[in-house]
Write a protein that binds this ligand. Structure first.
Ligand code: SF4
Ligand code: SF4
Length: 215
């Protein structure tokens, strides 16, 4: 199982590339994007944004491909702002539902709606990677935002805890792809709804103050 987990972690983005190529020639294939739209939301009730950090092919693409040429700059607050996130969510959902109603019954046209959405948002994600950091898009991705909201009602334990031995060096905040400041949770569970459980903060902490509790 560990072998396949590592394999996916390294090469999961091939699913995105396959999707973009095959959907270009046959848009009906693009309806499979529904899995990537519903998956993160359903899982978030139990594991927060785990999907974003471990299963999303586009997130994997950002981690493995765009990270190579990313600017590694902190994502500006405006892109993390709750109102901007809500606006992006509502705008894309409005476009999506409206287009679905118009083209309902025609698989090729419905597939093309999915395809356009994924292709366009991937291009935006790549551009933001270059300007800011590789996971900049994930700060306001509609599915990520909805998952973060749903995860406020999650059941079960939180996977990470920041121990009181934290010395406030703030290195953890520097490596967090979602601009979270783990040290702010000193002595508590890391309950930030945007945490994708990537473990970067654990790896960098010189005191081993970020502890995985399992989930
Ligand atoms: S890297 Fe570790 S010690 Fe430093 S601020 Fe973060 S949790 Fe605290
Ligand atoms: S670096 Fe830590 S706080 Fe940030 S997303 Fe990864 S696990 Fe969560």
């Amino acid at each position: 199982v560990r072998f396949f987990k590592n394999l996916y972690k390294r090469f999961g983005f091939i699913i995105l590339l396959f999707f973009l190529m095959s959907g270009f020639f046959n848009p009906s294939i693009a309806v499979f994007a529904l899995i990537c739209m519903m998956g993160p939301i359903l899982l978030s009730l139990f594991k927060g944004r785990f999907w974003c950090g471990h299963l999303c092919p586009r997130g994997n693409f950002f981690d493995n491909v765009t990270s190579v040429f990313s600017n590694k700059k902190r994502v500006p607050w405006i892109l993390r702002n709750i109102f901007v996130r809500a606006l992006v969510c509502m705008g894309l959902l409005y476009y999506f539902i409206n287009s679905l109603i118009k083209h309902w019954g025609n698989l090729q046209s419905v597939g093309m709606i999915f395809y356009k959405m994924i292709a366009l948002t991937t291009i935006i994600g790549i551009l933001l990677s270059v300007i800011f950091s590789e996971r900049a898009w994930c700060h306001f991705c509609p599915m990520g935002s909805i998952s973060a909201f749903v995860s406020l009602f999650r059941r079960g334990i939180y996977p990470l805890r920041v121990l009181p031995i934290c010395i406030d060096c703030k290195l953890c905040a520097k490596v967090c792809p979602l601009s979270i400041k783990p040290y702010k949770y000193k002595g508590k569970d890391l309950i930030h709804p945007d945490c994708i459980s990537c473990g970067n903060c654990m790896g960098i902490c010189p005191k081993k103050a970020v502890m995985r509790r399992g989930n």
